[in-house]
Design a protein around this ligand. Structure first.
Ligand SMILES: Nc1ncnc2c1ncn2[C@@H]1O[C@H](COP(=O)(O)OP(=O)(O)O)[C@@H](O)[C@H]1O
Ligand SMILES: [Mg+2]
Length: 258
């Protein structure tokens, strides 16, 4: 009497095992497809970010090599004109001097524009120097006093150029946000080693945010999220109303995790 029920149990066990195997395979397939899609999206973002960076670098080069050269040329011509005119009146001299001063300011402005568009200093002197130069620019353009603190031990050479540029862009956006939203005129930028990579934190003691997660809907922070996804890093915001805001960005070292 026992053998039919034993057989039944076997049928039950085997069919259950079969169902589990089929379900397991389907889940594995779905997960694999999803992983592939996530990776494709990441590659696509990476392509977009790289194309945008290359375009910005080109614009910065043209501003620097072409526009500024032409402005300098016009300045030289104006000086020559001042010398050519025989016995110029006071009014003429003043107008020429005024124009030369105007051109000088224009050249400064274009130079700053080129730096904002693509920090050439980042390629030549590295991230801490580029952050110092950004701080100096913001003191002039936004009246923001920025202290840059570099913790020892970071291997900036191990970070890809795209990742270093991303950290710089995070500092740029974070500091612009301090100037625009925090209601204070001071900020600190910390840069140093963390978790096999490099981090940059932009800190203020300003008004803070009620819901930092929800606030990340602005284009600036959204763009940063996208950019850091592309370089396999991440950004996060810690903020409390009345206590200030800290934007932290991290990128992995090349050949490291991620
Ligand atoms: N340092 C900060 N202090 C206070 N509020 C901030 C700060 N940074 C960002 N925010 C808030 O988060 C929002 C989103 O920021 P962001 O994505 O950079 O967009 P945007 O600067 O264009 O408004 C801002 O509009 C602001 O309300
Ligand atoms: Mg912003």
């Amino acid at each position: 009497m026992t053998s039919p029920s034993v057989g039944l149990i076997w049928v039950y066990v085997l069919s259950s095992a079969l169902v589990f195997i089929v379900i397991g395979t389907v889940i594995r397939l779905v997960v694999a497809v999803q992983r592939k899609q996530v990776e494709e999206t990441r590659r696509f973002s990476q392509g977009l970010v790289e194309a945008q960076d290359a375009e910005r670098a080109r614009i910065a080069r043209e501003l620097h090599d072409d526009v500024i050269q032409r402005v300098a040329l016009i300045g030289g011509e104006l000086s020559a004109l001042g010398r050519i005119i025989p016995n110029p009146s006071e009014a003429v001299t003043q107008r020429i001097d005024g124009l030369r001063e105007e051109l000088h300011d224009l050249a400064d402005e274009v130079r700053a524009m080129a730096r904002r568009t693509h920090p050439a200093i980042l390629d030549h002197l590295g991230l801490p120097n580029a952050l110092q130069s950004l701080a100096a620019d913001l003191a002039v353009s936004d009246d923001l006093a920025v202290v840059v603190e570099t913790a020892p031990g970071a291997d900036f050479g191990a970070v890809s150029p795209a990742a270093a540029l991303s950290l710089f862009r995070a500092a740029q956006e974070g500091l612009r946000n301090v100037a625009r939203h925090a209601g204070v005129t001071e900020a600190t930028v910390r840069v140093g080693p963390r978790d096999g990579g490099v981090y940059v934190a932009i800190e203020d003691r300003g008004v803070g945010m009620v819901a930092p997660g929800a606030a990340a809907k602005g284009l600036g922070l959204l763009g940063l999220n996208e950019r850091f996804r592309a370089v396999q890093g991440h950004v996060s915001i810690a903020s409390r109303p009345g206590q200030g805001t800290t934007l932290t960005a991290w990128v992995p070292a090349q050949g490291g995790e991620g």
